[in-house]
Structure formats: structure tokens, C-alpha cells
Ligand binder design. Structure first.
Ligand SMILES: Nc1ncnc2c1ncn2[C@@H]1O[C@H](COP(=O)(O)OP(=O)(O)OP(=O)(O)O)[C@@H](O)[C@H]1O
Ligand SMILES: [Mg+2]
Length: 304
């Protein structure tokens, strides 16, 4: 393969200071460990939302798993199939987990999400639902062709379903997501992006409740989910609303930052509950015919 064009420094230390100031749960915190007050807040809010929100009935119903989904264990994995990514997370995502893929605009969140579903359908025989709150689904499918992914064919075969959801009609969002997943029998789900909801739902508590409820619903359905969230260029938090990271089991951050005279792509696994994972910053590329390619044996050095 041709040598990648990014600048790779084999540096032992990373300089991404601004993010270090965030009070995040530790990456590999075991579930039995004492919960942080923030985690408790989230769980309390989740409980509240179960008892007070309209979605309660929908999510409280027993959900028949469309495919046997094992309890999260270190042996059972849902591989993303994205070159280099599974090596960073000990073989793949945990079944039924929710992973936030976050980054500034253009970092490849939509490509990552598409690749996760495409690989699921073509390599692992897993059906997937792509819920887009943002980009028209025809655009996503059209762009995917550049990477060699024929989603139209997979849709015809009933392996993938794209749904563009108009966030103006938020009251139906839970029913829509649930019915699409159940109808298809999907075990992989993408929600792209959760940030788009904020453009329509101005009331912060309501928005948080929605994010909690969506996460709760996806957990009940036992699907393995990629949730995307956009970070603003100067933002120090890991997500737009500062709550998405707490409902997620895992966080993969995509960076597009300046290294001298050019911008380089790099990624890190910020947290991944219940599993070992890389704590380094790795370079990645977006390549025609391939999509995202991460270099797990390389380290990236970024000057901020
Ligand atoms: N065929 C291609 N070959 C190489 N790079 C590409 C190709 N198509 C897109 N890209 C890169 O991917 C970027 C867009 O990726 P994507 O749409 O997944 O980003 P995103 O993080 O979802 O952005 P947004 O937050 O705006 O939705 C482009 O800016 C470009 O740099
Ligand atoms: Mg996108």
C-alpha cells in the first residue's frame, strides 16, 4: 500500500490538553466500581424519564430480540469491520452497547456509521437501520458509492433500512425508531446525528430527556448502536450538549487538527465500558474505495 500522507510521530506523550480538563468517567471503570455523582444523575434522570415520559409505554414493553444478543462479555464482540478500529477495542464493540462517535464537522462520522452498517450486512450478516436526523439518506447512499458500498442493493435485499427523520415531529421519534428496528429485525443501528435534534428542540431539559429516552429504547431493544454527535471547533466538551457521553458505553473521538502546514486526521477511544481498549491517539485516513482506515500500530502527535 502507498505510504499514508499524514504526519506520524512516534511520541510517547500526547498533547490534547483542553480535553483533559473534562471530568469524564475513567475509560475502563468496571461497572461494580462506585458510581460518580454524574453517573448517578444520569441514571436518576433515566429512571425519571421512564416514569414520566410518553415513551414509557413504548420502551417498557418486553422486546423480543431479533437475534440472540448475549450479555456483554469480553468474549462476544460486534466487529465494526472498519480497518484498524476493532484492534483498538479488543476485537469489536460489546453487543447491545451504545457508542458515541464524536468529532467536528467533516471528520467522517457519517462515513464511520455507514461503514459500520455496510460491514455488518456484508461481512457479518447483521441487519442495520440508519436513522438520519441530518443528511438526506439519498446523499448518504450516493456518497457511499465512492467507497464501493452499494446500499441500494442491500436495501433491496432487506439487510439495511435508511430512515430520514424530520426532527420537527419529535413526538413520534421513539415509535419510529422502535418500529423500524423491529420490522427489519436489525441488530445494528446508527443515529446520525443526535446534535441535529438540538436545532429543533430548544428546551434543554426536554432535549436531555429525549437523548436519555433514545438511549434507553436502544438498550431495551438490545441493538448495537453508533450515535454520532458534532463538536464545535473550539468546544472542549466531547459532545454538543454534554450529556451524550454519559448515556454512551463507549466514545470514539475523531480529530481533524493542524500539524504545521496541513490538517491531519487522528482518533482515540476515549472510553469503552467493560473492555480493554487503546488509550493512544492513532492516525486515520478516509480513502476512496475503502472508507475509514485506522492505523492501530501508529501514534499521532497533534499540536493544539
Ligand atoms: N471519496 C472520498 N475520498 C476521500 N475522502 C473523502 C471522500 N468522501 C468524503 N471524504 C472526506 O470525508 C469528509 C466528510 O465525511 P463525513 O460526511 O462522514 O463527515 P461528518 O463528520 O459526518 O461531517 P458532518 O458533521 O458535517 O456531518 C469530507 O470532508 C472529506 O474530507
Ligand atoms: Mg455527518
Amino acid at each position: 500500500m502507498a505510504k499514508p500522507s499524514f504526519i506520524i510521530f512516534h511520541m510517547p506523550k500526547l498533547y490534547i490538553e483542553p480535553l483533559k480538563s473534562i471530568n469524564m468517567p475513567k475509560a475502563s471503570t468496571p461497572k461494580t466500581k462506585k458510581k460518580s455523582s454524574k453517573t448517578e444523575d444520569v441514571e436518576k434522570a433515566l429512571e425519571e424519564s421512564i416514569t414520566t415520559s410518553k415513551v414509557t409505554k413504548t420502551v417498557a414493553k418486553p422486546v423480543k430480540a431479533t437475534k440472540p444478543v448475549s450479555k456483554p462479555s469480553s468474549d462476544v464482540r460486534v466487529p465494526t469491520g472498519i480497518e484498524g478500529v476493532d484492534e483498538l477495542v479488543n476485537g469489536g464493540l460489546l453487543p447491545g452497547s451504545l457508542t458515541l462517535v464524536t468529532g467536528t464537522t467533516g471528520t467522517g462520522k457519517t462515513i464511520f456509521s455507514s461503514q459500520f452498517l455496510y460491514n455488518g450486512a456484508t461481512k457479518y450478516n447483521e441487519k442495520g437501520v440508519y436513522v438520519s436526523f441530518e443528511e438526506p439518506t439519498d446523499n448518504i447512499k450516493e456518497h457511499a458509492k465512492k467507497f464501493g458500498w452499494d446500499f441500494a442493493d442491500l436495501e433491496k435485499k432487506g439487510m439495511i433500512k435508511f430512515v430520514r427523520y424530520d426532527p420537527y415531529h419529535i413526538e413520534d421519534v421513539y415509535e419510529l425508531i422502535e418500529s423500524q428496528i423491529k420490522q427489519l429485525g436489525a441488530t445494528r443501528v446508527v443515529i446520525d446525528s443526535i446534535s441535529a435534534l438540538g436545532l429543533y428542540v430548544r428546551d434543554s431539559p426536554e432535549l436531555r430527556r429525549m437523548i436519555f429516552n433514545i438511549a434507553l429504547l436502544l438498550r431495551k431493544l438490545k441493538v448495537t448502536t453508533i450515535l454520532t454527535s458534532e463538536i464545535l471547533p473550539d468546544q472542549k466538551a466531547l459532545s454538543r450538549f454534554g450529556v451524550e457521553e454519559f448515556v454512551a458505553d463507549g466514545i470514539i473521538v475523531l480529530y481533524y487538527l493542524r500539524t504545521d502546514s496541513q490538517y491531519s486526521r487522528s482518533t482515540t477511544v476515549w472510553k469503552m465500558r467493560g473492555t480493554e481498549h487503546s488509550h493512544k491517539l492513532h492516525p486515520y485516513l478516509i480513502q476512496s474505495g475503502k472508507g475509514i482506515v485506522v492505523y492501530p500500530k501508529e501514534e499521532a502527535f497533534i499540536k493544539m
